[in-house]
Design a protein around this ligand. Structure first.
Ligand code: SF4
Length: 392
C-alpha cells in the first residue's frame, strides 16, 4: 500500500483535535488541555499483520457486496480519506452521513440562508461575541484566544442560554431556559415589533447591545443544541439577517471538526451534493430526511455501517445483527473484540501522517504534518484497498 506519510517541516504544526485547528509557530508548542488529552489517548497503533489484513479486507468486501443499504458514518478523516470514502460509497450506493453536527446547520442554511464568518474575520472585526446555548470552550479550549487580539481590542463576550455548569470567568451569562423563545424574542425586539409584557430585562439589554455592536458574531455548537438544533440555528440566522440590515453580523458554527467539515466539502466538490446523500438506483440523491443514515442504522433499514474514526473518541452505533466495518484510532482497538465487527487500525492525520483538513469555518483548508513515527495505514489507504478489491 502506498504510504501517505509526510515529513514535518521545521516550520509549523497544525492541531487536528478540534474544529479550530490551531497552528503552532516554529519552535513553539500549543498549550491546550484537549490537545494534551487526545495525544495521550492515541498511542501509536500497530498495523495488522499482512495475512490478517488480507482476511479482513476479503470479509469486508463480501459484506459490502451483500449489503442492501450501507451507511458510511463517523467521517473522522482528512481530505485524502474523504476522497477515498466518496469513491467507495458510489459503487456501494452508501448513504454518507455526518450526524447532527453537519445536518442541522445545513438544513437551516438550505431553508433560509446564512451569513457566516471565518475565525480570522471574527478576530479582526468582532466587538461583541454571543455564545448561544453552550460553552464551546469545553470542546475547543482555545476559542477565546483565537477570537481575541484583533485591532479593535478585546471583544465583549456574552453567553445566552449556556448551562450553569462550565461557566467561564469574565463572560456574562444570560438565562434562557427556552432558547427558542429567547432567540425569537430577540428577533422581535430587533425588528421593533410590539411584545407582551414579561420579556426579561436581560434579553432587552442584549438586543440593544446587538443592535449597537459594530460587528456581532453569534457562536453556536450544533451538537449540544440537540436533535432539533436546526430550529434554533434558523433563529440564529434570522437574528444575523436582521442585524445586517443596519450593521454587520455573522454566525460561527463550531462543530465541523476532525473530518466532518472536510468530508462535507469533498462531497460537495466531487458530487455537487452535501452529506446525507448517495448514488442510488435513480442517480445521485440528497435528502436530509430520508437519507438520515444514522437513523437508518438505529431503525434497521441499513444493514451495514462503515465507520471512520481516525481521531478516535466517536464510537460507532450498534444494533443486534448490524455488521460494522470500523476504521478506528488507537483508543478504539477494543472494538475488534465485538461481534459482527471488522476492525482496521488506522493512523491519525496530524500525528501519524500528513494530510489536509478543512477548519470549522469551511473555506480554510490547512496542511497537517506527522509528529511521530508510525507505520499505521491512513484511512485513504485502507478504503482504496477495499475499493480495488470490490471492483476486481
Ligand atoms: S483548541 Fe482545539 S485545535 Fe486548538 S490546540 Fe486545542 S484541541 Fe487543538
Amino acid at each position: 500500500m502506498p504510504s501517505l506519510e509526510t515529513a514535518m517541516p521545521s516550520a509549523a504544526w497544525t492541531c487536528p483535535f478540534c474544529p479550530l485547528m490551531c497552528e503552532a509557530e516554529p519552535g513553539t508548542s500549543l498549550a491546550c488541555p484537549r490537545l494534551d488529552a487526545r495525544s495521550a489517548a492515541l498511542p501509536v497503533v500497530t498495523p495488522l499483520p499482512d495475512d490478517v489484513l488480507d482476511q479482513r479486507l476479503v470479509q469486508a468486501v463480501a459484506w459490502l457486496r451483500a449489503s442492501r443499504q450501507p451507511v458510511f458514518g463517523g467521517l473522522g478523516t482528512d481530505v485524502a480519506g474523504a476522497r477515498a470514502l466518496q469513491a467507495l460509497a458510489d459503487p456501494c450506493g452508501a448513504v454518507v452521513d455526518g450526524g447532527v453536527a453537519m445536518a442541522q446547520p445545513l438544513r437551516a442554511q438550505q431553508d433560509r440562508g446564512s451569513f457566516s464568518v471565518t475565525l480570522a474575520e471574527a478576530r479582526e472585526r468582532a466587538d461583541l461575541i454571543v455564545l448561544v446555548g453552550s460553552w464551546p470552550m469545553q470542546r475547543a479550549p482555545r476559542l477565546r484566544e483565537r477570537l481575541s487580539g484583533g485591532p479593535f481590542g478585546e471583544p465583549a463576550w456574552v453567553a445566552l442560554g449556556a448551562p450553569q455548569a462550565g461557566a467561564v470567568d469574565g463572560i456574562e451569562r444570560i438565562e434562557a431556559p427556552d432558547l427558542f423563545r429567547a432567540l425569537s424574542t430577540l428577533a422581535a425586539l430587533l425588528d421593533q415589533r410590539r411584545l407582551p409584557a414579561g420579556v426579561p430585562q436581560a434579553w432587552r439589554t442584549l438586543a440593544t447591545r446587538l443592535a449597537a455592536a459594530r460587528y456581532a458574531v453569534l457562536v453556536f455548537e450544533p451538537g449540544p443544541l440537540g436533535p432539533q438544533a436546526g430550529l434554533l440555528i434558523e433563529r440564529i440566522n434570522t437574528l444575523v439577517t436582521l442585524l445586517n440590515r443596519q450593521g454587520r453580523a455573522a454566525s460561527l458554527s463550531i462543530g465541523a471538526g476532525q473530518g466532518l467539515g472536510t468530508v462535507q466539502q469533498v462531497l460537495a466538490w466531487r458530487t455537487g451534493l452535501p452529506l446525507q446523500s448517495r448514488r442510488g438506483p435513480l442517480g445521485r440523491e440528497h435528502d436530509p430526511l430520508t437519507l438520515d443514515g444514522l437513523r437508518q442504522v438505529h431503525e434497521g433499514s441499513a444493514d451495514l455501517l462503515l465507520w471512520v474514526s481516525a481521531y478516535g473518541e466517536a464510537m460507532p452505533p450498534s444494533r443486534p445483527g448490524l455488521r460494522r466495518i470500523v476504521l478506528g484510532a488507537a483508543d478504539q482497538v477494543h472494538l475488534s473484540l465485538q461481534p459482527d465487527t471488522l476492525f482496521f487500525p488506522v493512523g491519525t492525520p496530524g500525528l501519524d501522517h500528513g494530510g489536509h483538513l478543512h477548519r470549522t469555518d469551511g473555506v480554510v483548508v490547512l496542511p497537517l504534518f506527522a509528529s511521530r513515527r508510525s507505520a499505521a495505514p491512513a484511512v485513504a489507504t485502507v478504503l482504496t484497498a477495499l475499493l480495488e478489491r470490490l471492483m476486481s
